[in-house]
Each structure stands twice: as structure tokens, then as C-alpha cells.
Design a protein around this ligand. Structure first.
Ligand code: KG4
Ligand code: ZN
Length: 332
């Protein structure tokens, strides 16, 4: 099958073509305009998508070498995400699908993040544990099979990506915070400041990052008073280490408890090289899979890939389907 994927859940306008499980082209345009506001402005993001979608989809088709008429279906992010930005993608996809008389499928963005790991390793075997860490979600999933997922735990307050973004704002490192903190941490001492590790001693697979952010805020109040030998690099590295310690330890505990051979990580925070390195050092005989950097953050390749899998199984959406800004992955 040849499937066009479209992603507009936040501030990345993206289109990709998947052919029989392989990505032929993938284009991602990250909206830079939000940097000056220190975070995504939903109204501006929607307008940017509306402005860019034609060109990006056209480019993806051109670069793939296929013709529009050769598409077998369209996959588009249905949720979760910002209502206005989701609408731009879904309306565009519906118009194109109707014009071409081909099926359309609304895809769950979070489920697609998990499935980006099949692009990293097409031989990935079920069952596996997935640590899903994005800007809005931090969850541990036991993945039995496609469509069969058990939620083991999730954050009770801020997501890990949010902790990076808020931490970067406090440290005045810019947006998005994850890459900014990762960069600043290089050369810093991760043991310089003992930041709290939320719920680490708790047996559950839940997370909490809001205390960490508050602790950084108080720490910086004292730090900016002067007379400290610490550098911002040390503080960034220590803050990053506090997030990574909890994420990797809870992932390992889940792998032990559910006795799986394979763990995967997904979502924007999975792009963090220190997180990957820490998990690799703890994983022992198990396998750890993670997508390439550009397939960790938002992209349309994962949407096209999962959409194609579903369309092949004769699952598609009715043309009147709506966006779902709070869409969740069903657990059992
Ligand atoms: O999955 P994603 O691109 O978008 C959502 O679905 O939310 O995740 C975005 C999040 C942001 O919070 C961003 O700061 C974080 O992923 N992120 C990172 C890195 N790259 C992106 N966090 C830590 N280290 C990174 N290298
Ligand atoms: Zn995402």
C-alpha cells in the first residue's frame, strides 16, 4: 500500500509517504515563530499549518516519485493535540481523501510514537515495555500487540518533556527546553546539585516532576544571589540527571516485573542522548530500541506507518470523524 501521513498536532507541520512499511519520504517543518514567545501559541500554530500544508504535502509526493493518484489511503493525526492545529490537518486530509476517493484513517499520535520503533527495528517482537515520554505525556506501557496495551503508570503532574521545558525557562535557556538543557549539560557535573527524584521509592510505575521544577526554582533564587562555584552547566546537568534517573529506573523495574526481553522508548524526550546512554548501561541482556532522533520528535512518518498498518487490516475512519484533542490510548 502507498499511504500519505499528515501530522499537525502541535507546532510541526509534517507529511510522509509510507510504502509497504517503509518510509519513502518524510518532511517536517518546525515552526520557529514560537521561540520568541517561549512556547507554542495555538492560534499562530494553526495559521502556520494552514499556510504550509499544501507545500509540504506536495513536496512529500514529488520527492517520493509517486503520483497523487497512486495513493491508497491517507492517515492523519486525530489527537491528542491542540484543537485548532488538529483541525487544519484533518480538514486538509479529508478534502484530499474525498477528492481522490480513497480511505482515510484518524491516527492516535501517542500510539504512533510507540510504533516509530518498528521503523527503527522492523523485527521488533511483542510483548515489550514502552517508556513514552513526550511534551504532554509520560507513561509506561506494556505492549502485548497492535491495539492491545496496558497502562502501567503515568505522571501525576508534569510530563518529563514539560519538566525539561519549564526547567529551561527557569535557567533562561530557550524553547524547546529538552535540546537546550541537553546542550547546556555537556561538560557540567550531574552530581553537583542533589535535586529530588519524584516517586523513586514508590513501588508504582507513576511519575511526578512538579517538585523537581519547584526545587530548581528555589535553587536558582539562591544561585543568582552570587557567591557560588557552580556553573549553569552543572545545574542543567544535575536537573537533567534527576529526570533521567527516575525514567530509566522505573523502565527497568517494569521490564523486571513483566519479564520482557525488549524495551523501547518513544516521544520527544527519547531523543535525549543521556537518557539513551543511561538505559543502555542498565538494560543488561535485554534489548533497548529507540527511533532515530528525527523520528522521536513529532513527524508524519510514524503516522503514515501506523495508518498503513491499520488500513491493511481494513480499519478506516468514516469521513465525518472529528478531532480528539484529549485522545488517549485505550488500556485494559
Ligand atoms: O513528542 P514531542 O516532539 O511532542 C509531543 O508530542 O509533545 O515531544 C516534545 C517534547 C518537548 O517537551 C521537548 O523539550 C522534548 O520533547 N525534547 C527533549 C529533547 N528533544 C525534545 N527532551 C530532552 N532531550 C531532548 N534532546
Ligand atoms: Zn509527539
Amino acid at each position: 500500500m502507498i499511504v500519505l501521513g499528515i501530522e499537525t498536532s502541535c507546532d510541526e507541520t509534517a507529511a510522509a509517504i509510507c510504502h509497504d512499511g517503509k518510509i519513502v519520504t518524510g518532511i517536517v517543518s518546525s515552526q520557529q515563530i514560537h521561540k520568541e514567545f517561549g512556547g507554542v501559541v495555538p492560534e499562530i500554530a494553526s495559521r502556520e499549518h494552514e499556510y504550509l500544508l499544501n507545500t509540504i504535502v506536495d513536496d512529500a509526493i514529488q520527492k517520493s516519485g509517486y503520483k497523487l493518484e497512486e495513493l491508497d489511503g491517507i492517515a492523519v493525526t486525530q489527537g491528542p493535540g491542540l484543537a485548532g492545529t488538529l483541525l487544519t490537518g484533518v480538514c486538509f486530509a479529508k478534502g484530499l481523501a474525498q477528492g481522490l476517493s480513497i480511505p482515510i484513517i484518524g491516527v492516535n499520535h501517542l500510539e504512533a510514537h510507540i510504533f516509530a520503533n518498528f521503523l527503527a527495528d522492523p523485527n521488533l517482537q511483542y510483548p515489550f515495555i514502552c517508556l513514552l515520554v513526550s511534551g504532554g505525556h509520560t507513561q509506561l506501557w506494556y505492549v502485548y500487540n497492535i491495539g492491545k496495551y496496558k497502562l502501567l503508570g503515568e505522571t501525576l503532574d508534569d510530563a518529563a518533556g514539560e519538566a525539561f521545558d519549564k526547567g529551561a525557562r527557569i535557567l533562561k535557556l530557550g524553547y524547546p527546553g529538552g535540546p537546550a538543557i541537553e546542550k547546556e549539560s555537556q561538560g557540567g557535573n550531574p552530581q553537583a546539585v542533589e535535586f529530588p527524584r519524584g516517586l523513586l521509592k514508590d513501588d508504582s510505575f507513576n511519575f511526578s516532576f512538579s517538585g523537581l521544577k519547584t526545587s530548581l526554582l528555589y535553587f536558582m533564587d539562591k544561585f543568582t544571589d552570587g557567591n557560588s562555584k557552580l556553573t549553569v552547566q552543572d545545574i542543567a546537568a544535575s536537573y537533567q540527571a534527576a529526570i533521567i534517573d527516575v525514567l530509566s529506573l522505573k523502565l527497568m523495574r517494569a521490564a523486571d516485573k513483566y519479564d520482557v526481553d525488549t524495551c523501547v522508548i518513544a516521544g520527544g524526550v527519547a531523543a535525549n542522548k543521556n537518557l539513551r546512554k543511561t538505559i543502555r548501561s542498565m538494560i543488561g541482556n535485554r534489548k533497548i530500541i529507540y527511533p532515530e532522533l528525527e523520528l522521536c520528535t513529532d513527524n508524519a512518518a510514524m503516522i503514515a506507518y501506523l495508518g498503513e498498518l491499520k488500513l491493511e487490516n481494513r480499519v478506516h475512519s468514516k469521513i465525518e470523524f472529528g478531532i480528539k484533542p484529549n485522545l488517549k490510548i485505550a488500556t485494559f
